[in-house]
Write a protein that binds this ligand. Structure first.
Ligand code: HEM
Length: 193
């Protein structure tokens, strides 16, 4: 089975199963993650905030792993994915995706580095991935202290912009941009392959 024949891989007419699964899984996890951050920002003592916050670090690490997989899969499929239109809107979309990827990487990464530098260790869904009891390394904690929350909110703003543009393409300009991520390539093309 070649890349072109398999619906697992991306295609210029629509995304493959792997890209679509990673996209929607990450959308759900980000919705959860932003909810935890918003509730924490509003009143960290309220029961709902405590509940969601108790998952913040585990879901954040899961998102870091997911974005690494997604980035690797995007590279494997490079040159075989839907292209953006030429012109200002297409350039803005490409730039937007680049910044989205950079923020999706940087936000959890600096937090994991801080957890390591804190010497308190890090557990993900109850499994210890970084041992605690180590020395405090302030230089490793400083980047997250300075930018983790700030870049996290910037990522939320950019994500909202991304959702609004996807809906505008689908319902205002009647283009099939959203379909490419929902249903993948049209069935007729999948059959022709
Ligand atoms: C992509 C994933 C992540 C996003 C979008 C995110 C987002 C945020 C946001 C917006 C805040 C500010 C909340 C407030 O102002 O009350 C925050 C705080 C925090 N996050 Fe995350 N986070 C992510 C991953 C992680 C990870 C992986 C860890 C730990 C390993 C972590 C640990 C913390 C901690 C300890 C705080 C409170 C201190 C601070 O604001 O820096 N986060 N996060």
């Amino acid at each position: 089975m070649t890349k072109d024949h398999s619906t697992l891989f991306d295609h210029p007419e629509g995304y493959g199963t792997v890209s679509r699964a990673l996209h929607w899984l990450m959308a759900a996890l980000f919705a959860w993650q932003f909810l935890s951050a918003i509730l924490h920002g509003v009143d960290r003592e309220m029961p709902a905030a405590r509940f969601f916050w108790s998952w913040h670090m585990s879901v954040g690490v899961l998102l870091l792993v997911a974005v690494l997989l997604r980035g690797a899969w995007a590279l494997i499929n490079l040159g075989n994915r839907p292209v953006h239109t030429a012109g200002l809107l297409g350039t803005a979309a490409r730039l937007g995706y680049l910044v989205l990827y950079l923020l999706m990487l940087a936000v959890p990464l600096v937090a994991v580095v801080r957890a390591y530098g804190s010497g308190r260790g890090l557990s993900v869904f109850g499994i210890e991935v970084l041992a605690g009891g180590g020395e405090r390394i302030p230089a490793l904690m400083a980047p997250a202290n300075a930018v983790h929350g700030l870049l996290g909110w910037a990522l939320l703003a950019l994500t909202l912009g991304h959702v609004i543009m996807a809906l505008a393409h689908a319902y205002l300009w009647r283009e099939d941009t959203l379909t490419r991520m929902v249903r993948g390539r049209p069935a007729s093309i999948a059959r022709m392959d």
